[in-house]
Design a protein around this ligand. Structure first.
Ligand code: SF4
Ligand code: SF4
Length: 315
């Protein structure tokens, strides 16, 4: 496994980052023991970087995975807190639930512009104080938007940016794939450490996984790429690909045959854009949000690209 330093933080992370959202209750909902075993398997394969968030509810999985593990591990987490008090509670909860004496990377979750950053500044100032005290090693933001990356690039106190980028531009807000790549380059020039999210477009690019991974890995400004994994086979596939090794045909077949289904997040606002896009008639609006008829869904992924809020995933 190759490791790179995140910007100016001195924090060395594996090129493959384990995105823990997938194993948690918001997505595949593996029991803690099972999710922890998949995370541990990845650690044993050389992954040293785990991405989580307060809202993912995967601290228990990570804590279990780290029991008895004496290798290096870097944990990045995130909080939606906007006040000093809210962020203090988020940090205390992360330290307690993860059983750590510090958090390596603490991010403001989903910052979309200079305006949202200003709205969370009190919480961010708390993180800066925590960094001074050694409770947090690096601070920053996660974002789906081009403007979020550009705004964070210009904030000197920000160490790390976690942007959404993928080969098809699925889920990028406020611009195209090329706009996001330009913003990432700009942020790197400002010395920010960057690691990408959603390189498989929330599951919509699984059929193009190798192309999608190659695209992300050739972006020179990214230290690491976060990928959600829910099985040992997925860890094997990803570790092999990220380390330039051949992926055996049997492994490909196992993953290709895996059952997948469309998942619509609870924050769907019911705008209906996905419904218009679905040629299979699998989507409709009910109770102010989109619902899917799984018997009609062909898992083509067109609806995911149409959703402005990145609500639709293939799990
Ligand atoms: S994945 Fe394709 S078929 Fe399924 S709901 Fe979305 S657009 Fe319709
Ligand atoms: S496009 Fe997204 S937000 Fe709009 S109805 Fe569909 S899933 Fe919900």
């Amino acid at each position: 496994m190759e490791y790179r330093v995140l910007g100016k933080t001195g924090i060395r992370v594996s090129r493959l980052c384990f995105g823990t959202l997938t194993v948690g209750p918001l997505q595949v909902n593996l029991p803690v023991e099972e999710g922890a075993a998949v995370i541990r398997y990845a650690l044993e394969a050389g992954v040293n970087f785990l991405d989580t968030a307060e809202s993912y509810r995967t601290y228990a999985h990570i804590r279990k995975a780290l029991q008895g593990w004496d290798g290096e591990v870097i944990i990045a987490t995130k909080s939606y807190a906007y006040s000093h008090r809210g962020m203090r509670e988020s940090l205390e909860e992360a330290l307690r639930a993860l059983s750590r004496d510090h958090i390596d990377i603490f991010l403001l979750h989903e910052q979309e512009s200079a305006l949202t950053l200003r709205g969370h500044w009190e919480a961010f100032e708390f993180l800066l104080q925590a960094r001074e005290k050694g409770l947090v090693r690096a601070v920053g933001i996660s974002t789906h938007s081009v403007e979020g990356v550009r705004a964070a690039a210009r904030v000197p106190e920000i160490d790390v940016i976690h942007p959404l980028v993928n080969v098809a531009g699925v889920g990028i807000q406020g611009g195209t794939r090329e706009d996001m790549l330009a913003a990432i380059e700009e942020a790197a020039a400002f010395g920010k450490g960057l690691y990408a999210m959603k390189v498989l477009g929330g599951g919509h690019l699984i059929a193009r996984a190798e192309e999608a991974f190659s695209f992300a890995l050739q972006i020179p400004y990214l230290a690491s790429v976060a990928v959600g994994m829910r099985s040992r086979e997925e860890v094997d596939f990803n570790v092999r690909f990220f380390t330039g090794r051949e992926v055996p045909a049997e492994l490909r077949q196992i993953l290709e045959k895996r059952e997948r289904r469309l998942h619509i997040e609870e924050w769907c606002c019911g705008c209906g854009r996905c419904v218009e896009k679905c040629g299979a008639g699998a989507l409709s609006l009910s109770g102010g949000r989109a619902v899917v008829d799984h018997s009609r869904c062909r898992l083509c992924g067109y609806c995911g690209a149409a959703c402005p809020h990145f609500c639709i995933k293939v799990l």
